[in-house]
Design a protein around this ligand. Structure first.
Ligand code: C2O
Ligand code: CU
Ligand code: CU
Length: 510
């Protein structure tokens, strides 16, 4: 039994069925006066800097033993250290999930992506702020048998970032086949805090998958709902059990699923104390009744198991919610209650840590300082002519609309509006480039009832790169592109929506 790898599992133009109409609509936008913006022209020549670590990531097919019976065909990133210390590369033995790359802020990373897949691919470093030609734009996708060398300085603050493929129209499929991994950054500010470390600092990358009777992964996605699996995987393992001692853990929960949204809570009532999210530590801990985590988002929990009895078992769960729209016949539907992984208390330990009152220094942006205060950069999320759209248009490799050019250095107010329409879906909207700060959320009366089942779980504090925009909601955020000019992406992180057009370029002018 082989992994289904259709030459063209979907074709955006076929999905359209009305390609010429969409083209005509696009033509109406009359945006021809602005130049196409090729990435290669935007980057100054970088001097060859000696990297702190040089890593090779082979994207390749492999067979792994997921469960008794036939082995499972996956695609995965296999990492080797070319130079540098072993601490930069942590392989997860027996997993399809990629190795964890670890860097300290300010370090130089060189990473060779070797494409041994049977199709084009490229890697994107989700949440990291890197030059445009290091960012994994689909334009940079390399064919089977070729490689792409990344060379960048890690500018980001300490946090849980991740990497995954980003080829045009094939991201959903390639991630579903197993290609993704974590990129964990440390910094001096974080190192000065007494946070759980080593074995008590645990990443939990959550994915839903579907496996057939021959043990093979299925990618039976739907163009509206995306891909919804019926089995939960954590760090690439089914039936994952988190063995803990009676003490405090730092849990870095990553939603690495294609389309499934989680409403996180512990089944035993352990409080959801949040210390970090997409862009690292919050200014101070916050406690939530539950945490909403859509595809692409991360949250770091201060999980206190110190009062538990040895032998106790409970679950990290997803609670039910009613806002996620159609499921394309896939069950469980988005919003159905799920157990994500079991927590098993295996040994007693003595706790010595206390929750820090302050975690990090975050200077809040002032909306009054935004250059477009009063007229936010307004980006509607819609479905039109059978395609997913953002900013009223589908993705085009070189398409940049007049309102997608921005000036480097400006503080800007952006807003995504998800009209309460026929699909009524959550859209996890993601920006490549710098982390941003959420400014406001507004819900229309039509969306209010469903919104009530998720609204207390948004972690809008701190720095974000991916945010849930609920049906009927307008989310505003403040962003400053300080570091890099060039062409970057923004898109829905429901990967099937992204593949089906809900992605656009924006250009930062130097
Ligand atoms: Cu994690 Cu462009 O995406
Ligand atoms: Cu990204
Ligand atoms: Cu979407």
């Amino acid at each position: 039994m082989t992994f289904p790898n259709p030459a063209s599992p979907f074709d955006r133009r076929a999905f359209l069925g009305v390609g010429s109409l969409a083209g005509a609509a696009w033509g109406l936008r009359s945006i021809t006066s602005l130049p196409v913006w090729p990435i290669a022209m935007q980057q100054p020549l970088r001097p060859q800097v000696r990297p702190h670590a040089h890593i090779r990531l082979r994207g390749r097919r492999d067979q792994i033993a997921l469960r008794p019976g036939p082995t499972t065909s996956v695609a995965r990133y296999e990492g080797t250290l070319v130079s540098g210390t072993a601490s930069h590369l942590q392989t997860i033995p027996g997993s399809y999930f990629g190795p964890i790359l670890r860097f300290h802020q300010g370090q130089r990373a060189r990473i060779d992506f070797q494409n041994e897949l049977m199709e084009d691919s490229i890697i994107h470093w989700h949440g990291l702020e890197v030059p445009a030609d290091m960012d994994g734009h689909p334009e940079q996708a390399v064919p089977s048998g070729s490689s792409y060398t990344y060379d960048f300085t890690v500018l980001n603050r300490a946090g849980t970032y991740w990497y995954h493929p980003h080829p045009d129209m094939r991201t959903g499929y390639q991630v579903s086949a197993g290609l993704a991994g974590l990129f964990i950054v440390s910094d001096d500010e974080e190192a000065a805090l007494s946070l759980p470390r080593g074995e008590f600092d645990v990443p939990l990358a959550i994915q839903d998958r579907r496996i057939d009777r021959g043990n093979q992964l299925l990618y039976n996605h739907d163009t509206v709902a995306g891909f919804l699996g019926n089995e939960m995987f954590v760090n690439g393992f089914p039936d994952y059990v988190l063995d803990v001692k009676t003490r405090i853990y730092r849990l870095r929960v990553v939603n690495a699923s294609n389309s499934r949204v989680y409403k996180l809570a512990f089944s035993d009532g352990t409080p959801m104390v949040v210390i970090g999210n997409d862009g690292g530590l919050l200014a101070a801990p916050v406690t939530k009744p539950y945490v909403m985590l859509s595809p692409g988002e991360r949250v770091e929990l201060w999980a206190d198991f110190s009062g538990k009895l040895v032998g106790a078992e409970f679950f990290l769960q997803s609670l039910p919610f009613t806002v996620a729209g159609p499921s394309g016949g896939q069950t469980p539907v988005n919003g159905a209650p799920l157990d994500l992984c079991k927590v098993h208390v295996v040994a007693a330990d003595t706790e010595t840590l206390t929750l820090p009152v302050t975690l990090s220094a975050i200077m809040p942006y002032d909306v009054n300082q935004a250059v477009n205060f009063g007229s936010p950069r307004s980006l509607p999320i819609t479905i039109g002519m059978g395609m997913w759209l953002v900013n009223n248009a589908p993705f085009g490799m070189n398409d940049v609309a007049p309102n997608e050019y921005i000036q480097r250095g400006d503080l800007e107010l952006w807003e995504f509006t998800n009209t309460f329409g026929m699909t009524q879906m959550l859209h996890p909207m993601h920006l490549h480039g710098p982390q941003f700060q959420v400014h406001s959320r507004q819900i229309t009366p039509a969306g209010a009832a469903n919104y009530e089942t998720i609204r207390y779980g948004f972690v809008d504090e701190g720095w974000k790169d991916t945010i849930i925009v609920a049906p009927g909601e307008t989310v505003q955020f403040l962003v400053r592109h300080a570091n890099f000019a060039g062409k970057f992406l923004y898109h829905c992180h429901n990967l099937e929506h992204e593949d089906m057009g809900m992605m656009r370029n924006y250009v930062v002018m130097p």
